[in-house]
Design a binder for this molecule. Structure first.
Ligand SMILES: CC(C)(COP(=O)(O)OP(=O)(O)OC[C@H]1O[C@@H](n2cnc3c(N)ncnc32)[C@H](O)[C@@H]1OP(=O)(O)O)[C@@H](O)C(=O)NCCC(=O)NCCS
Length: 167
């Protein structure tokens, strides 16, 4: 039998941040965020397609990545949320990606803390995260969120560390 979960809340607020579902108008900053990965900037059309996919997944799965906007500055600084990723709908992954210019201010931790709370509210009991072994900042965020390292898997790019958080 498949467990049933409440849909995740798609509008969240923290002390410094608003988290919301993607809009078409997010395409321009989303392209710049992807470009920071160092493998080129997607076209506007591709960015819009990706955003449409993210919105459809939110409707289909009841979990989502949400955009992060700073309340005071009003600027978009990245995204954070739940995805199936390498895991499952029952025990999804937490994911986050922020612009380099805002790293080190506690924003990922602040946003992801609210996402963990939103996951609890859906009725879920466990979250995962899969992170490349070299990604120290991401491990630190997970540690601050109460995740524990669980096991590793490997693909063509190397080690992937799975961390788990019981809710
Ligand atoms: C991972 C990421 C989202 C963190 O965002 P952030 O807003 O800077 O995170 P926070 O400020 O909440 O926390 C970062 C923590 O990592 C620590 N940190 C940063 N660089 C570090 C390093 N090289 N080694 C160890 N810790 C490090 C910071 O000091 C901070 O911990 P502290 O609060 O104890 O000082 C951001 O680095 C990012 O977007 N990276 C690129 C995308 C990515 O890797 N996403 C995750 C894929 S699994």
């Amino acid at each position: 039998m498949t467990a049933t979960f409440k849909p995740m809340t798609l509008e969240l607020e923290t002390e410094r941040l608003y988290l919301s579902l993607w809009k078409d108008s997010d395409a321009s900053w989303y392209r710049e965020l992807v470009a920071e990965r160092g493998k080129g900037m997607p076209t506007m059309a591709t960015a819009r397609e990706n955003i449409a996919i993210l919105r459809n997944r939110a409707t289909e799965n009841g979990i989502a990545l949400l955009t992060i906007r700073r309340r005071d500055e009003g600027d978009y600084i990245g995204y954070c949320g739940l995805i199936i990723g390498r895991s499952t709908l029952e025990e999804p992954e937490v994911a986050y990606e922020l612009f380099q210019r805002v790293h080190g201010n506690g924003y990922a931790t602040e946003a992801a803390t609210e996402i963990v709370n939103a996951a609890v509210a859906t009725g879920r009991h466990k979250l995962w995260s899969t992170v490349r072994a070299w990604n120290a900042p991401s491990f630190r965020v997970l540690e601050k969120l109460g995740f524990e390292r669980h096991h590793s898997t490997w693909d063509e790019s190397g080690e992937i560390v799975w961390s788990v958080r019981e809710l």
